[in-house]
Design a protein around this ligand. Sequence first.
Ligand code: NAD
Length: 485
Amino acid sequence: MITNQQAVTLKDLGLPENYYLSVNGQLVSSEKTFDVFNPATGQVIYKAPDASVEQLEDAINAAAAAFKRWSITPWGQRAELIEVFADSLEKRKEQLTTLLTFEQGKPLHSQARFEVDYAISWVREIAKRQLPARVIEDTPEHTVEVHYTPLGIVGAITPWNYPVLLALWKIAPCLLTGNTMVVKPSPYTPLTSLLIGEIAQNVFPKGVLNIVSGGNHLGQIMTEHPAIAKISFTGSSATGQKVMASGASNLKRLTLELGGNDAAIVLPDADWRPLVKTLFWAAFGNSGQWCVAVKRLYVHSSIHAEFTAALVDYAKSVKVGDGMSPDTELGPVQNRMQYEKLQDLLQDTRAEGYKIAVGGTVDASASGYFVPVTIVDNPPESSRIVQEEPFGPVLPVIAYDDVDEVIDRVNASPYGLGGSVWGKDRDAAVAVAKRMETGTVWVNEIHVHGVDMPFGGHKLSGLGVENGVEGLAGFTNTKTYMFKK
Ligand code: NAD
């Protein structure tokens, strides 16, 4: 059995020992490297290629050259290659899953397996989608049609919480619609994306999909680059704002999937006991590092005390540990920056004297970036723990008396990604859901996603959507044809 104390290597885990940039169909290394860590131990697991600016330029030039043929390759042929890509990913899925746990920290047997399986099934499903031209008018005099044409080169910039899923959410629809790509993964979790790039080079023509790892500056260069037509970005709202500002130079198309501070509202009539487990995992799954994790849990004051006590009891039963261990249910947080950010938030919570019902103190002497499951009992609305996106295993459970007033509190957030409402009277719950200012809202269920369901945020949570017809269309220009008969 592998423990935290052993310096586990890629080789020990049966993983490839070398990872490369994918540029113009070639696997290339780079002069400089940067460290990639195992978050469960804090140990360096690999020195990843730190692409030079010239290598990024090579990738952009390769994507530009490949676009000429790829954009006119028939839709059906592109779809077939995306299916082959899904098959190729499937063959390497054990490696992808283990590598995901090794660099990201999430439990191998549950959340890592789910992410990889789900992402591959997504690629397969996307390959079946169409974006046909629409006939707007067809009279004896003329015809008007709207066609969806590829944009050119798309730059994808991804975060570290779901590195496999979020890269593939961008790659599959982008290539299907006839664009070529340069993907830059987060420097915290580059390895799974580099492996995906390697797998793709045996499937797609050279230059169609290029993957470059390196620092944040590469992302910034991509957002400013005149040859890149669109940036598909998932990350924090602060970086999203920078992406938008620097994309203005050539009026880049943008899809920005950004931060959230999702509220769940438990109404007074809710059958709350079965919700305890559901809402625990909705908040703490992937150790809370989830854009649509429940980050503010509002429970009616008539049931708040009992609900919180049951949630705390459940939290105490959940095993936090190294994601490689079969009994681990929650892994560490992914990186030192996030670990320190969470410690600062917990320090503030303690200093303000808010009631911590469970967790609250990090054992800094332990190896790895472990933050205990923390539930804060009824902190004030103005507290940092309620107002900020923790992006970690820390949850405020807030009592409220009046439904109208709690909707105002929920909507006062600058974020508007997702939200959920829980209650026995379905119509009353739907009425609350309709008033929530978010891109997605769930009633008596949560975190249902689908290839055909547009997903995006309102307000500071984003711009545009991924998935659905709208998401596919987001990788295209609309072109209106008018033919005189
Ligand atoms: P981040 O913004 O720090 O980094 C995201 C990516 O942007 C990384 O690849 C990074 O290298 C790159 N980057 C950094 N500075 C850049 C710049 N100036 N120009 C261009 N690119 C730059 O975000 P993160 O910490 O990796 O991810 C966590 C955040 O992502 C959270 O706020 C979370 O809510 C959000 N998120 C949103 C969604 C969604 O779908 N809405 C999904 C997952 C994560």
